[in-house]
Design a protein around this ligand. Structure first.
Ligand SMILES: Cc1cc2nc3c(=O)[nH]c(=O)nc-3n(C[C@H](O)[C@H](O)[C@H](O)COP(=O)(O)OP(=O)(O)OC[C@H]3O[C@@H](n4cnc5c(N)ncnc54)[C@H](O)[C@@H]3O)c2cc1C
Length: 487
């Protein structure tokens, strides 16, 4: 492991990886530390995946500024990086006169934030576009720049591009302490040794306050706010055509009903303040709450078509705005913390701001001549015509073997995912890169095959293959020594 870097980024979520990619344009030695075996293992793997237009946040806040800018930036970079995005637009639906007043406030707020194309639609127009909405609808705010995107795909795309441009990502390498001497950062103590660096970027998500405290900066606390979801099969995808928000409350944007970028449908999230930063369990009460909440805008939800449930945790801090600043306590520590929604949308703009802060702190930014802006194109077998399929199979017969039947993912794509710049090392890592295991059977059929491919490609025994986290081994046996004879 490199014992010296110009900058250490802590956290391999959308924020840390977007910052890593932004910094990889410059002639700098950048290291990213992630405590889990893969990137996109925190909040960035479990959220609504909405590319927000930017009408929700209070004008002038970092949330508002980075949301609108981030939305613009994704439009410029998504094809280069291979991020799945659909610009389907969003509707905030009002079902009472009081909510219609809120829509007009949102329209004004959005215009102040610089969101293009906002418009209030009347009941008839809304129902024409979305015939499955509740007949209580009185009108809706239409935001044409809203969309849906793959949150973990985006995180992995930033990470891949950062690695292609020289960033080193150390996974399973928790940052234990930001070491400070005479008020200045000198490096990071990790579980695998010390890395000397003058600058540390704290993008540790839910744990950013704990990490900050190790550098003597106690200026904020992170409180987890849980949001639960139900995901539906592709058979339910046509229920709505756009992202459907209810009229928002003070604490959340409300329970939405939306297609996903990959053609499923989801409902959620709710918003519950909790204490445990690791608690991502769903609960019967929470699920009932989101089913009831979603049913207010879209009745007749096809609950028989639900295929899984999950929860994500917002990293709520202080006054609710993002914390993007140089620390007042430790010179060289830059905070990218309290990144609640719309952090996924805002991430490229957050990265731009963090690069600016580093420049203001005296870091020399010399552009590399050989920066590679694009990720290599990926084979997506299910999207190909028969002629294209024949062509890729002729190139590599592994594209001719379908491993995941629900999502039509081939062995060739799984092998590509394992050997990409920031490659998959776990079953869920393969799932997030290829969609193998994301379908109706949720990996029931392809899981063992993906495990065998991982073992072969990583040259490890199957007993060493993990589902997602460091200790999540899939097999327990006497050979691995993880199962005692009296277990
Ligand atoms: C319910 C919900 C819905 C949301 N919906 C949307 C949406 O639709 N659109 C949108 O724009 N945003 C949305 N968001 C917000 C968005 O998901 C987050 O803002 C974003 O994912 C935060 O990214 P992050 O990189 O800051 O955090 P994370 O993704 O949590 O990344 C932090 C990383 O740091 C690692 N880490 C922590 N401590 C250490 C350490 N000591 N050493 C090394 N690594 C460490 C963690 O393992 C993790 O991988 C939603 C969030 C939630 C919870």
């Amino acid at each position: 492991m490199t014992a010296k870097a110009d900058i250490v980024i802590v956290g391999g979520g959308i924020v840390g990886t977007a910052i890593a990619r932004a910094l990889s344009r410059y002639d700098l030695d950048v290291v990213l530390l992630e405590k889990e075996p893969d990137v996109a293992m925190g909040t960035s793997k479990a959220n609504s995946g909405i590319l927000h237009a930017g009408f929700d946040a209070k004008p002038g806040t970092l949330k508002a500024i980075t949301n609108v800018r981030g939305n613009e930036m994704y439009r410029e970079i998504y094809q280069d990086l291979g991020i799945d995005i659909k610009f389907i637009g969003s509707l905030v639906v009002a079902t009472s006169e009081e909510e219609m007043v809120t829509l007009r406030d949102l329209l004004m707020r959005g215009s102040e934030n610089g969101v293009p194309g906002l418009e209030i639609l009347d009941r008839e127009t809304v129902l024409q576009r979305e015939p499955n909405l509740s007949d209580k609808v009185l009108g809706a705010l239409w935001a044409p720049t809203g969309g849906v995107m793959c949150p973990f795909g985006a995180t992995i795309a930033f990470a891949n591009n950062a690695v292609l441009n020289g960033v080193k990502i150390y996974t399973e390498c928790p940052a234990e302490e930001i070491v400070v001497a005479d008020g200045k950062v000198t490096g990071v103590k990790t579980a695998k040794g010390f890395i000397a660096a003058k600058y540390v970027i704290n993008a540790a998500g839910l744990f950013a306050d704990d990490l900050s405290r190790t550098a003597g900066d106690n200026s904020f606390n992170i409180k987890p706010r849980k949001g639960e979801y139900v995901l539906f099969d592709k058979t339910a995808a046509n229920l709505v055509n756009t992202v459907i928000f209810p009229t928002p409350s003070k604490v959340s944007k409300g329970i939405l009903v939306s297609p996903t970028v990959h053609g499923n449908l989801f409902i959620g999230p709710n918003a519950q303040d909790i204490d445990d930063k690791a608690d991502i369990a769903t609960s019967p009460d929470g699920l009932q709450e989101i089913i009831a909440g979603a049913g207010k805008t879209v009745p007749n939800l096809p609950m028989h078509a639900s295929i899984t449930q999950f929860a994500g945790l917002r990293a709520a801090a202080g006054d609710g705005d993002f914390i993007l600043k140089a620390s007042d306590s430790a010179n060289g520590l830059i905070q990218a913390a309290g990144i609640q929604s719309p952090g996924l949308t805002a991430a490229p703009a957050i990265a731009e701001i963090i690069v600016g802060i580093l420049k203001d702190q005296g870091l020399a930014l010399i552009e590399k001549a050989n920066f590679v802006p694009k990720n290599p194109p990926k084979v997506k077998f299910h999207e190909l015509s028969n002629a294209e399929r024949a062509e890729v199979i002729a190139r590599n017969p592994l594209y001719g073997r379908v491993i995941c039947r629900c999502e039509t993912v081939t062995e060739g794509e799984i092998v590509d995912a394992i050997h990409s710049a920031c490659g998959a090392v776990t079953v869920d890592g393969v799932k997030r890169r290829t969609r193998a295991g994301m379908g109706r059977c949720q990996g029931g059929f392809c899981g063992p095959r993906v495990t065998a491919i991982l073992a072969r490609e990583l040259n490890i025994p199957v007993t060493e293959v993990r589902k997602d986290t460091t200790q999540s081994y899939l097999f327990f046996d006497k050979i691995s020594g993880r199962c005692k004879s009296n277990d």
